[in-house]
Write a protein that binds this ligand. Structure first.
Ligand code: SF4
Length: 199
């Protein structure tokens, strides 16, 4: 079997653990998996428009709209005016919604334990490989833009001779290694097509 097929098979097995856990966590909070994803997204990122939410979690706008309506009924999400555009509506997690999101955002112990089996160098290489795959999926339009180092204009891959910390972030002006590549950074700034970094 070719390596790419082997890796895809392995990822689908890991994905089974995540899907199963997401279903269980959502059900325990009387939510559907889509409602849970939206709630976690709003709690982590703050107020957002429906179109942004749908794009970020990769569902259609009608699907996101139905899920948001249910979250509003359950008082996990509320609508407010966009201070930057009085005609636009923003969605935001309520206090009970943020508490529920905290419980939903916990990674399965079994998965974290399996990752801990890897040596630190293996974890760093794994993270780097996954980051490159996510970046490639993003470039092919298969997933929305991710706030990751590999697509950030502040990222300077292999700017330093230090093998342990070869990369540089110009935002915080610091060197870092593969193990610290970020996949969801609040300071991310999307690089233009001509400045897309490669690690
Ligand atoms: S700002 Fe964040 S995403 Fe961008 S290079 Fe620095 S750590 Fe990475």
């Amino acid at each position: 079997m070719p390596a790419n097929t082997q890796i895809a098979t392995a990822l689908s097995k890991i994905g089974m653990v995540l899907r199963s856990e997401q279903w269980q966590q959502a059900e325990a909070n009387s939510l559907t998996p889509t409602q849970a994803q939206i709630l976690v997204h709003l709690a982590a990122r703050g107020p957002a428009r429906l179109t942004e939410v749908a794009r970020e979690i990769a569902v259609t706008q009608p699907t996101a709209s139905d899920a948001v309506a249910a979250l509003v009924r359950k008082r996990h999400v509320e609508k407010c005016r966009d201070p930057g555009d009085g005609r636009a509506v923003l969605l935001q997690a309520t206090a009970p919604g943020r508490r529920a999101a905290q419980a939903l955002a916990v990674w399965p112990d079994a998965l974290l334990g399996a990752i801990d089996v890897l040596e630190p160098a293996e974890q760093a290489a794994f993270l780097k490989g996954l980051s490159k795959m996510i970046r490639a999926l993003q470039q092919r339009g298969a997933i929305p833009v991710q706030r990751m180092c590999l697509s950030c204009r502040h990222f300077r891959p292999y700017a330093h001779a230090d093998a342990a910390q070869p990369h540089h972030c110009t935002f915080v002006d610091a060197a870092f290694g593969d193990a610290d590549l970020r996949l969801d950074c609040g300071d991310h700034a999307e690089a233009g097509a001509s400045e897309a970094p490669v690690a």
